[in-house]
Design a protein around this ligand. Structure first.
Ligand code: GLC
Length: 551
């Protein structure tokens, strides 16, 4: 019997020959196969806790490794690659970093047009993810394996900010290779936040590491890496930072501003959607890789419980659509006791004007943040795309997010995919919330800027929801400009028309993000690497009123 797995077969036919319907059908193919031999991801967490075996169906047919410098996609006759792809591959390869002879990552940017390097000459964990996916899709897994192992070793080092020691599980935001000319040796120097602007540790790095470990395993079929005691320990250490019980009353993760892709003050402290979606995805990926032995079993149990609570919380309290907005608008406040409908005491007066016009009758999204008397109504692209990919969003919610993107194309995509968040902060709000940050002025950088890297996440979400035509529209926009503008880090302006004020050129994740989007469209079966199917046995969304404890 042929080996089956999520990664499954590549669709060897030209996209241009296929209409959207065909693409959806092509997508269905691997799914049908999965049905016959369910992958681990499809198996429910409840099954897991009931003690089923782990890895059925996790093995894949590894794609033949390419030792050539050309991407596999262009080696296949059936796909006519855009000329930009070859340029992108070259630029991506130029950004590769080597440590003692092995490739271990890619630099954040290789911008020779400026002397102001800052820390863009480092390998950022989050920035490497699209590079890693591009390499995996091209059958080059070595660099990913080395990256995973090296960052794991870095996790082991002692981390301090002044006199304060950070948790063991923290993964670095970035690292660089230093050459010691005297000892003629390379060594790695990592940044866990102790030299970062604002001195914030990256909460997202550990989650991306787990997500990438699963992508590697899925893509190569090599279970030996994730099963090593080192990797098992690494996963547990990362999660021990998040699963410990304490003062929390919510299953979401409490964070400081600047702990993720938006790595400076932008008013996302509290419970930002980006982190919650990544947390959910990392928990599910960890569940598919953890061995149920020793403390692994306990960790699996903790994860299972947390996933149930987290999905309930997110799907109920972070979800906003027309109906929900109307409900919040009519909320009573100061409700005490279990019968409260407005559990977090959100003041209807705090709803910003723009959201009433922005919200279409069809469509919805996960809001930016929910906490005590706090609802950040802003749209954040990454968190919403990851919610779709991880199946944190129900199928209906996923469709609604795509509907919103279509309805609000001008606002959320404009002329350059994709706005990191919408809308921007201006005037007094900007002063108070960003602390007068001159980089995050309105419609710039993290404050409503447009980030080409987000194209891969959008494309993956489109493919998962069976709407690749939306991704193609976005790819067309990218192809009309990105190369000509030398692959900027971000664009500015309400429509994303201008190359960002302080944007790097030859930003690696802009380059890799484009490649991943193209390869996903070319061969949608790649989606298995970065997407998780819905957990069918997860409890359905319960209506607000039904969530009160039964006394
Ligand atoms: C900026 C971005 C951050 C990224 C880094 C390197 O600081 O905000 O998300 O990781 O640049 O590209």
């Amino acid at each position: 019997m042929e080996p089956l797995g999520l990664r499954a077969v590549g669709s060897h036919c030209s996209l241009s020959e296929m209409d959207d319907l065909d693409l959806t059908r092509a997508l269905d193919k691997p799914r049908l196969k999965i049905e016959r031999k369910r992958s681990f991801d499809e198996r429910s967490m409840s099954e897991l806790s009931a003690g089923y075996g782990r890895h059925d169906g996790l093995y894949d047919s590894p794609r033949g490794r390419s030792v050539l410098d050309t991407p596999l996609s262009s080696a296949r006759n059936c796909f006519e690659p855009h000329p930009m792809m070859a340029e992108a591959w070259e630029a991506l390869r130029r950004s590769m970093v080597f440590f003692r002879g092995h490739p271990v990552g890619t630099l954040a940017a290789v911008d020779n047009t400026t002397d102001e390097v800052l820390n863009y000459d480092q390998v950022f964990v989050r920035d490497f993810v699209p590079s890693a996916l591009a390499f995996l899709m091209n059958g080059e897994s070595d660099i990913v394996k080395h990256f995973l192992l090296k960052t794991l070793q870095l996790q082991d080092s002692e981390k301090r900010v002044d006199r304060f020691k950070l948790g063991k599980g923290v993964m670095p935001a970035s690292f660089k290779v230093r050459h010691d000319p005297v000892r003629e040796m390379d060594h790695l120097v990592a940044d866990f936040g102790e030299t970062a602007i604002g001195r914030v540790a990256p909460v997202d790095s550990g989650f991306w590491w787990i997500i990438l470990l699963r992508a590697y395993t899925k893509s190569t079929g090599d279970l030996t890496l994730s099963e090593t005691p080192e990797c098992q320990k690494g996963i547990k250490l990362i999660l021990s930072l998040c699963l410990a019980e304490g003062f929390d009353t919510f299953p979401t993760l409490l964070c400081a501003d600047g702990c993720s892709m938006i790595d400076r003050r932008m008013g996302v402290y509290g419970y930002p959607i980006e982190i919650q979606a990544l947390f959910y995805m990392a928990l599910r990926c960890a569940l598919s890789m953890l061995k149920p032995d020793g403390d692994g079993r306990e960790c699996i149990e903790q994860i299972t419980k947390r996933l149930h609570a987290l999905s309930f919380h997110m799907r109920n309290y972070f979800w906003l659509d027309y109906q929900q907005l109307n409900d919040i608008y009519r909320y009573k406040t100061e409700e005490y006791s279990h019968t409260a409908v407005n559990k977090f005491n959100v003041m209807p007066d705090s709803i910003p004007d723009w959201v009433f016009d922005f919200m279409p009758l069809r469509g919805g999204y996960f809001v930016g943040n929910v906490g005590p008397a706090h609802m950040d109504f802003r749209w954040f692209a990454l968190g919403n795309c990851v919610s779709i990919l991880s199946s944190l969003a129900t199928p209906d919610q996923s469709m609604a997010i795509m509907d919103l993107l279509e309805h609000r194309w001008a606002e959320l995509v404009g002329e350059m995919p994709l706005k990191i968040c919408y809308p921007c902060l201006e005037g007094h709000e900007w002063r108070i919330i960003t602390g007068c940050d001159p980089k995050n002025t309105r419609w710039s950088y993290h404050n409503g800027g447009s980030w080409p890297v987000l194209l891969w996440q959008l494309t993956a979400a489109c493919i998962k929801t069976g709407r690749p035509q939306i991704a193609r529209r976005a790819v067309d926009l990218i192809e009309s400009r990105l190369h000509r503008d030398c692959w900027p880090e971000y664009y500015d302006g309400k429509l994303g028309r201008y190359v960002g004020k302080q944007a790097r050129k030859y930003q690696t994740w802009s380059i890799a993000g484009y490649l991943v989007a193209k390869m996903l469209l070319e061969d949608p079966s790649h989606i298995g690497m970065i997407s998780l199917e819905e957990d069918k046995l997860m409890k359905p969304v319960i209506k607000r009123s039904a969530s009160w404890p039964q006394l």
